[in-house]
Design a binder for this molecule. Structure first.
Ligand code: PBG
Length: 325
């Protein structure tokens, strides 16, 4: 059977019918809000390349997290800007480090909001790389102990889940062993499993002050050209004990999301990264596209591709604007 019996436009006749036939729907619980907390800030700091996003003080972090939770957002992902950096990322696992303090504070004030912490060294190292250096190389195995200490310190502070984003080999297994040994058998690990080396992280590095002082991250993050390798990264992380896996960035890796969804029966998250947000913001500012419509389209595409949850700087706006078409 086909035209004229079949008319696809019947589905689209008006707003009401379009709503009836929607296959993919967004809800506030789909989104996780990334937040930056800066222990040196006296007031919330704007980030030029990420309009609407701030480096928070502890007080403004709480306000922002609570506002997100009231809109139905169930989780935040925390990044810290420490008061000092060194080659070994000591502040990354300090008991009174910026993240450890922020987690204790948020869990006390908003206990039902899930606090997820990014586990990485790049915000804490003076050289800006995601691990310990040996000469000009990021040394894999010596970094595993550092990451484990960071993860355990976050769990001790009360984090609900830890999310390693460094892309060292073997870090999921190392973190699992360290967490279990510390008595944190029940803390899940969200692995940034398929994390591509991406120019779309640029604005984040302004926000987190984590641009490497030399070189790039291409010896640990994945090349955009490879999808089988991405699936293998996910598979290995699951074997090592990851509870949930992430694909990052989102819009440039929709194929990876779909393939991972079909292949692995595990929670699959996507990170809609800073540059994906910034380019829409910039174009909207110039009047070149409609921000709300572009945001909605991008989030729908990520969910349609197969993401169970989306980490996005638009979490609040999206949760707020869901009724609108
Ligand atoms: C830390 C980390 C980065 C992002 C999340 N965790 C930056 C990087 O790998 O350089 C990027 C997030 C974004 O761009 O929004 N390793």
């Amino acid at each position: 059977m086909s035209f004229p019996t079949i008319r696809m436009r019947r589905y689209r006749k008006n707003k009401t019918l379009r709503a009836l036939f929607e296959e993919t729907r967004l809800s506030a619980a789909d989104f996780i809000l990334p937040l930056f907390v800066d222990e040196t800030a006296k007031t919330p700091q704007d980030i030029a390349s990420m309009p609407g996003v701030k480096r928070h003080t502890f007080a403004s972090l709480l306000r922002e997290a609570s506002a997100a939770h009231r809109l139905g957002i169930q989780g935040v992902l925390l990044f810290g800007i420490p008061k000092s950096k060194d080659p070994w990322a000591k502040q990354g696992h300090a008991r009174n480090g910026v993240i450890q303090r922020a987690v204790r504070f948020l869990k006390k004030e908003v206990p039902t909001l899930a606090v997820i912490t990014d586990v990485c060294a790049c915000e804490y190292t003076s050289h800006g790389h995601c691990g310990i250096l040996k000469g000009k190389e990021v040394a894999n195995d010596p970094t595993l102990g550092l990451l484990s200490k960071i993860a355990v310190s976050h769990a001790e502070a009360g984090a609900d889940m830890v999310a390693p984003s460094d892309m060292m080999d073997g870090r999921i297994g190392a973190l699992r062993r360290a967490l279990d040994k510390g008595g944190f058998q029940d803390i899940p690990i969200l692995s940034y499993a398929a994390k591509f080396s991406s120019s779309f992280y640029g604005p984040f590095r302004d926000a987190a002050d984590s641009t490497p002082v030399f070189g790039d991250r291409k010896t640990y993050q994945m090349p955009a050209s490879n999808v089988r390798e991405a699936l293998r990264e996910i598979e290995l992380d699951l074997e090592e004990g990851a509870d949930a896996v992430m694909v990052k960035p989102a819009l440039t890796a929709l194929d990876v999301i779909t393939k991972a969804k079909l292949k692995f029966p595990v929670p699959l998250w996507a990170y809609h990264v800073s540059g994906e947000y910034a380019m829409v913001k910039a174009a909207a500012k110039l009047g070149w596209l409609d921000e709300k419509a572009a945001m909605r389209e991008a989030l729908l595409a990520i969910k349609r591709a197969g993401a169970d949850r989306i980490i996005t700087y638009w979490a609040k706006e999206a949760a707020r604007g869901l009724g609108r078409r």
